[in-house]
Ligand binder design. Structure first.
Ligand SMILES: Nc1nc2c(c(=O)[nH]1)N[C@H]1C(S)=C(S)[C@@H](COP(=O)(O)OP(=O)(O)OC[C@H]3O[C@@H](n4cnc5c(=O)[nH]c(N)nc54)[C@H](O)[C@@H]3O)O[C@H]1N2
Ligand SMILES: Nc1nc2c(c(=O)[nH]1)N[C@H]1C(S)=C(S)[C@@H](COP(=O)(O)OP(=O)(O)OC[C@H]3O[C@@H](n4cnc5c(=O)[nH]c(N)nc54)[C@H](O)[C@@H]3O)O[C@H]1N2
Ligand code: SF4
Ligand SMILES: [Mo]
Length: 721
């Protein structure tokens, strides 16, 4: 029997609407469903790959497993696994307190809606502040900027409303990562950029590589990585020098303009051009266009936040955005005012809170939480350092932290020091292989979801419900069931709440207390989450392609009174950091290249590495180099090369790429094996995380490690190596 079901992809935050065909319990086809979609028909290769994965490829886990005394995995029923895990967690909690238990929320957890919502209640009921997520090994520089500068509650303008987009170290054509921090639309990004160009929007792309996105660039600047703070300090310098910044916006909404003027005075365009190794005319040109723009949007992706001085890079990028008033203004159209979670943006500054100075602190560093989380790079240290409250149990929900964190020589022994490592996943990934229990969880097409993760990101108001398309196989459980089942066994109460970033879970008044004796119905939970929605749960069920609510035009509201808060452009620590980088050299002793981060369409971090389409194009994560650099080193296409940093060494397979500037080597992360990557072809690539240290070069505040602009030495690999 063949049936067609409407659903949406949950591989990335674009949440592309799709139609899947199921034949006798197997997925046989998936196509984009553009009928109501906010993007029109659109789907990428990973949407396609989800078919093979659902049908069992990529070593899909169909059964929970437990590591026995010999270190081997044996099958265990989910109920027995849950019984044993609950007993162990209870023992640790009784003996060492709730802080001995931690949770890591990985990339796979963001789009598991009921799992994600119950996770927050679970941690609150457990009484542990130990929440870690990928955000702090990704773009938490943005949180640091919000905490030090404050931010505009009006939000940033949408792509159709801007006449200039500055895209810094972000490649949405591949990553689909855009709003709220970068310009673009997450689904069908190319189409949205093409339409914007037709309207006359100008694009500036700043990236060491001429990326897929750079196809739309009117100006492409290809700097050395790690120089964004210098480049944007120079752009700020020019805007202030020429008085081309937005005075009206700045007079009303910013402070510390004099401090900024003094701090960026030494950052001349000539200095930035020299440091970033780009023509000075390009920096002047970018500043000129920014000065001329009616409504600009300056935003970034992972590039600047993974490189050296990442918090400062991000701060200076946002300073330039503030100088040109790159925010929605009172009276501006709000294209997506939220559907499941309606929002009314207001033109006012949310003051700089520096939340990390208050509340619970980490055990091993005097640092508090950023947006309710601790820095993931310090997780190994929090596990190893002796003390009564050390982390002894870690629940990994939809993540592969041993790979994501990198520095395996340090990270692996730390994870092995845990009394209890539990991984909830549908793949036996590198972290799962070292777990005590791997709880096999269901796949997106086997569970209920609503489009909460896309609610604020869609270009227009839109919401969709995804019912299970297939039965989950055998004894696999849903992510949310894990939290409910463990809490129920530990006699902890759970309350379902609509939590979103920046909210204190306990402070949310509206909640649905769950019956801890009878498992809740997923549909009842989703109905509750639609409580304040502009579209009822029933309407979503009746409209399987999704709903675009017909709303009266909404505009950004003026603030009813001046709350006195201003965007702090140049607080003292930022000024001090600017002073520090002024004298920093660009030469890294003994290292002639800088390795930069990069994403490919076929994989999602460590997932889909084994999909057929990935294997075809990327049997390994190629070590891309500029052909002139290859000539200089005597390296040919396909040669095995040795890439070494201060921390580790990997072998890679060189591939020439004209679009890459000189002095840079570009590789995708989370490929290959943790340790033995001497033969990349055999090990499906090279694990670049080995080149990163979790003990040196960490940023202040968020402890972000360096995943881009990593100084490396390159040599042709001799056969005896
Ligand atoms: N297909 C696919 N999509 C994904 C993912 C995936 O793995 N695959 N991962 C998802 C995740 S977890 C995330 S966080 C997002 C990330 O989304 P993006 O930030 O768009 O990620 P990338 O595509 O790696 O783009 C980063 C760019 O920064 C450039 N760069 C590197 N260093 C520097 C620097 O110092 N300065 C400047 N100016 N540029 C620099 C790189 O050359 C690269 O083009 O993508 C998400 N989407
Ligand atoms: N060297 C280097 N290191 C990096 C980066 C880099 O660019 N360079 N990027 C960093 C970034 S931006 C990130 S976000 C991290 C990524 O770090 P992680 O998020 O820890 O790693 P992923 O490989 O994305 O792991 C996601 C896991 O979730 C599982 N999964 C998918 N869907 C579901 C689901 O619905 N439920 C459950 N339970 N599991 C699911 C997948 O099978 C996969 O095993 O890595 C960081 N590390
Ligand atoms: S862009 Fe690709 S991975 Fe992301 S939701 Fe759409 S189909 Fe899925
Ligand atoms: Mo990420």
């Amino acid at each position: 029997m063949t049936k067609k079901v409407k659903t949406f992809c949950r591989n990335c935050s674009a949440l592309c609407p799709m139609e899947v065909t199921v034949d006798n319990g197997r997925l046989i086809k998936v196509v984009a469903d553009g009928s109501v979609s906010p993007y029109g028909p659109y789907m990428c290769i990973k949407g396609q790959s989800s078919i093979e994965f659902h049908n069992g490829a990529e070593q899909r886990l169909l059964q929970s497993v437990k590591r026995n005394g010999d270190g081997k995995f044996e099958a265990i029923s989910s109920s027995k696994a849950l019984d044993e895990i609950a007993v162990k967690l209870q023992q640790l909690r009784n003996e060492f307190g709730p802080r001995s238990i931690a949770l890591y929320h990985g990339t796979g957890a963001y789009r598991s809606v009921l799992g994600g919502q119950l996770e927050k209640s679970f941690l609150s009921a457990m009484g542990t502040p130990n929440l870690f997520s990928t955000m702090t090994i990704d773009q938490s520089a943005k949180w640091v900027t919000m905490g030090r500068m404050g931010f505009m509650a009006s939000g940033k303008p949408a792509l159709p409303d801007i006449d200039l987009a500055v895209i810094v170290g972000n490649n949405p054509l591949v990553s689909h990562q855009t709003m709220p921090f970068a310009a673009g639309e997450s689904g069908a990004p190319g189409r949205a950029f093409a339409a914007a160009k037709k309207r006359g929007t100008r694009f500036i792309v700043i990236d060491p590589r001429r990326t897929e996105t750079a196809r739309f660039a009117d100006l492409l600047i290809q700097p050395l990585p790690g120089q964004d703070a210098v480049i944007f300090a120079a752009i700020a310098h020019i805007l202030l020098r020429d008085s081309t910044y937005n005075r009206t916006f700045c007079e009303r909404f910013v402070s510390q303009l004099d401090e900024l003027r003094a701090a960026v005075a030494p950052f001349t365009p000539e200095l930035a051009a020299m440091r970033a190794d780009v023509p000075v005319a390009q920096i002047e040109q970018a500043a000129k266009w920014l000065g001329e723009a009616e409504r600009a949007f300056v935003g970034s992706g992972t590039g600047p936040s993974m490189s050296a001085n990442s918090n400062l890079n991000d701060h200076m990028i946002e300073v330039v955005n503030a100088l040109v008033g790159g925010y929605r203004r009172a009276g501006d159209l709000v294209r997506n005012p939220g559907t499941l979670n309606p929002r009314t943006p207001m033109e006012m500054v949310v003051p700089a809170g520096r939340g990390w100075l208050q509340g619970d602190k980490l055990r091993t560093e005097n640092i508090g939480q950023l947006f309710g989380e601790f820095p993931s790079a310090l997780l190994p240290q929090e596990i190893i350092a002796p003390g009564p409250e050390k982390i002894r149990a870690l629940i990994v929900f939809g993540g592969n932290p041993i790979m994501g964190l990198g520095d395996p020589k340090y990270t692996v022994p730390a994870f092995e020091d845990l009394d209890l490592l539990i991984v909830m996943d549908s793949r036996l990934n590198e972290t799962a292989r070292r777990a005590h229990y791997v709880v096999a969880t269901s796949q997106p097409f086997e569970r209920h979801d609503i489009s909460i993760p896309g609610d604020a990101l869609y270009p227009v108001a839109f919401a969709q419900f995804a019912p299970p398309v297939l039965d989950k196989p055998g004894d696999v459980i849903h992510d949310w069931e894990f939290f409910w089942q463990i809490a129920s066994r530990m006699k902890l109460p759970l309350t379902l709440k609509y939590w979103s970033y920046g909210q204190d879970f306990d402070a949310i008044a509206d909640g649905l207390p769950l019956d801890m004796n009878t498992p809740p119905e997923p549909e009842a939970m989703l109905r509750f989450l639609c409580k304040n929605s502009r579209v009822s749960f029933e309407e979503l069920v009746e409209n399987p392609s999704g709903v675009r609510p017909q709303l009266a035009e909404q505009r950004v509201l003026p603030a009813n009174r001046d709350n006195g808060a201003r965007l702090e452009l140049c607080p003292r620590d930022v000024a001090a950091d600017l002073g520090m980088i002024l004298t920093e050299g660009t030469v890294n002793e003994g290292f002639s290249y800088l390795l930069v981060c990069r994403r490919v369409l076929e994989t999602m971090n460590s997932a889909y590495r084994n999909a057929a389409s990935t294997k075809k194009r990327y049997p390994v994560n190629w070590a891309y180099m500029n052909p002139d650099d290859m000539d200089r080193e005597g390296i040919n296409d396909g040669d095995a090369i040795s890439i070494s940093s201060e921390t580790g060494r990997i072998a890679g397979i060189a591939k020439a790429e004209n679009s890459l500037r000189r002095g840079v080597i570009s590789m995708t992360h989370l490929f290959g094996d943790l340790f033995s990557s001497d033969d990349p072809m055999q090990q499906n690539g090279s694990f670049t995380g080995r080149l990163t240290s979790l003990q040196n070069n960490l940023e202040s505040i968020n402890f972000m490690p360096r995943f881009s602009g990593v100084p490396v030495h390159i040599a042709l690999k001799s056969s005896s190596e």
